[in-house]
Design a protein around this ligand. Structure first.
Ligand SMILES: Cc1cc2nc3c(=O)[nH]c(=O)nc-3n(C[C@H](O)[C@H](O)[C@H](O)COP(=O)(O)OP(=O)(O)OC[C@H]3O[C@@H](n4cnc5c(N)ncnc54)[C@H](O)[C@@H]3O)c2cc1C
Length: 540
């Protein structure tokens, strides 16, 4: 394989591996450089949300991941007396077509992500290669990396580099990018255990739900992980330990016996992590970009660190693909930070709010919190709103967004089950493909023919989908057109809600814009201009 790549990825954690798969699907020549030779064998992240599952679905790897996923039904918040002061249920299916929250086993999930790359001849992975230096010029990036085993130095050329190299990112350091501190700095002790095989979870009093013990004397998080018989507790460290210190055995024993009978479990791992809330001030310097923990770190109270990294690379991958293939100017890449920084800032602030609720050490604060929850939960409407509470991903506000109907743009598009011409029921995304898609409920042949003419003249990857709700629809048939039946009525309801006839959906499944029948031409022009396309698009 040639040493000249479209994109070099530094770091093969979950974020780098997801980006490599996405770029593989877009046909980009990609190299991944990872300093370690094996997957890190113990999980850090344990929880993922519906949007992360949708990203894995886009990779075509979700079904292979199923054995590494586990479900739970609710989150409970308990006060100092051990009483539940608030509980929130987990929805089985959200509007985007996935379970609201799941648990996963990180090493298995990463193995599936890495396995997915065997599909692509144009994606190369180099394990045991530590990147030491990054230099940029007008046409590309030169990476200097050292082979761990032999000490041999290699240079690799690529058009762009993405630093997915974690919290201590070398790429970020080499670019002299500073971090913005949102003001959170708290060590927690993570304790992973395995239940003895002769004891049932019920006997050991280990429920299948997420619990937060919001006791000001000792805040604790409890997580039944995706692996049968494996459980995690996280204990806030009241007396801040020295960095990288090993917790004393006696402290670990005391903490464990405060939550479970120690004779029922075997300790698998003890580690202290200091949780921060940091966001890189810049996510791009010329041809180098940051993603995942290299770009942001947040406490894990809402399980959103890795999930945010997956959003980064789903957002970035299609933009990089358009740029490296020469379709778009590289100005398009500026929209990456414009879209992602405000989003991740909101998620981090939400996580800090949740963290402060959980880990308050003030008895008065905890007392007032409990009273407040008791009072507001008596109001049925507030109860319903709070009971479905979870830290939701906000809409995109600025970036590659447009459309006539402004309240539709920047949202994740819904994903109902639809029926194909062949009568097969499938999730919507499997019809949309890896590129852009235009969905319409229009039935008039003249409108559709005009759109077909436009699509034929562009080289952009666009799938056109006509949504029918059971009635006879257009006779128009063409290779770039697909027709689906809206069996659940959710798509037609969406179009009615926004009074739209067309919607343009981006490859990361966010709504670029929604349009009326007469606004279609404007929509296509807008799409081509937002994408900073080089070539003549053929739009009249
Ligand atoms: C206790 C804990 C619990 C968490 N729980 C959750 C959760 O439930 N849900 C969630 O979404 N997130 C959670 N997180 C956060 C999540 O673990 C991280 O956000 C995620 O692992 C970041 O992935 P990444 O790929 O960006 O970085 P990493 O996983 O850190 O991967 C970076 C990779 O880059 C490699 N690398 C570094 N430097 C170089 C170099 N110079 N050359 C070559 N390779 C290099 C490293 O070896 C590593 O493999 C948790 C974190 C912790 C600590």
């Amino acid at each position: 394989m040639s040493q000249e790549f479209d994109v070099a990825i530094v770091g093969f954690g979950p974020v780098g591996a997801t980006l490599a798969n996405l770029l593989g699907l877009h046909g980009c020549r990609t190299v991944v450089l990872e300093q370690d030779t094996e997957i890190f064998p113990v999980p850090r992240a344990v929880h993922a949300d519906d949007e992360a599952l949708r990203t894995f679905q886009s990779l075509g790897l979700l079904e292979s991941m199923r054995p590494a996923l586990g479900t739970y039904t609710k989150r409970e918040y308990l006060n100092a007396k051990g009483e539940i002061f608030f509980e929130a249920s987990v929805r089985k299916t959200t509007a985007i077509g996935h379970r609201e929250d799941i648990y996963f086993h990180q090493p298995t999930l990463e193995a599936v992500l890495r396995g997915g790359l065997t599909r692509f001849e144009h994606v190369d992975t180099r394990l045991g290669m530590e990147v030491e230096k990054i230099e940029q010029d007008n046409v590309g990036v030169t990476l200097t990396a050292r082979q761990a085993e032999t000490g041999k130095i290699e240079t690799i050329r690529s058009k762009y580099v993405v630093g997915c190299d974690g919290a201590r990112s070398l790429v970020r350091q080499q670019l002299n990018i500073r971090l913005r501190d949102l003001g959170f700095d708290q060590p927690w002790l993570v304790l992973d255990v395995r239940l003895n095989p002769d004891v049932t979870p019920k006997e050991a009093n280990l429920p299948n739900c997420h619990q937060q013990y919001c006791d000001p004397r000792q805040p604790v998080t409890y997580v039944p992980t995706a692996v049968k018989g494996h459980y995690r507790w996280e204990f806030m460290q009241i007396d801040k330990p020295a960095p990288n210190s090993v917790p004393p055995k006696e402290q670990v024993r005391n903490l464990l016996s405060s939550v479970v009978d120690p004779s029922n479990v075997e300790i698998q791992r003890v580690a202290i992590y200091t949780f921060h809330a940091l966001i890189a001030k810049q996510w791009r310097v010329e041809r180098a970009l940051l993603a995942g923990d290299a770009a942001h770190q947040m406490p894990p109270f809402a399980g959103q660190g890795m999930c945010s990294g997956l959003r980064d690379v789903h957002n970035l991958s299609w933009k990089l693909a358009l740029v490296v293939k020469g379709a778009s100017s590289d100005e398009l890449l500026n929209s990456y930070a414009v879209e992602r920084i405000p989003h991740v800032t909101r998620m981090t602030r939400g996580t800090i709010f949740l963290g402060n609720l959980i880990q308050t050490r003030s008895f008065l604060g905890a007392y007032l919190r409990d009273i407040l929850f008791k009072t507001i939960l008596r109001i049925p409407r507030l109860f319903t709103t709070l009971a479905s509470f979870t830290l939701r991903s906000p809409n995109l506000k600025k970036g590659v967004l447009g459309g006539e109907i402004s309240r539709a743009k920047g949202k994740q598009f819904i994903q109902p089950t639809v029926l194909l011409d062949t009568d097969e029921a499938v999730p919507l995304d499997s019809v949309l493909g890896d590129g852009f898609s235009v969905l319409t409920i229009a039935e008039h042949d003249d409108v559709l023919t005009k759109l077909a003419d436009t699509l034929i003249t562009t080289t952009l990857p666009i799938t056109f989908v006509q949504v029918a709700n059971g009635k006879v629809t257009s006779n128009l048939q063409s290779g770039s057109f697909k027709r689906i039946l809206d069996v659940e009525g959710k798509l037609v309801a969406w179009f009615r809600k926004y009074r739209a006839q067309f919607v343009i959906i981006r490859p990361d499944r966010y709504v670029l814009g929604a349009y009326t029948a007469t606004g279609l031409n404007q929509g296509m022009k807008e799409l081509f201009s937002l994408l900073c396309l080089h070539s003549n698009t053929g739009v009249p």
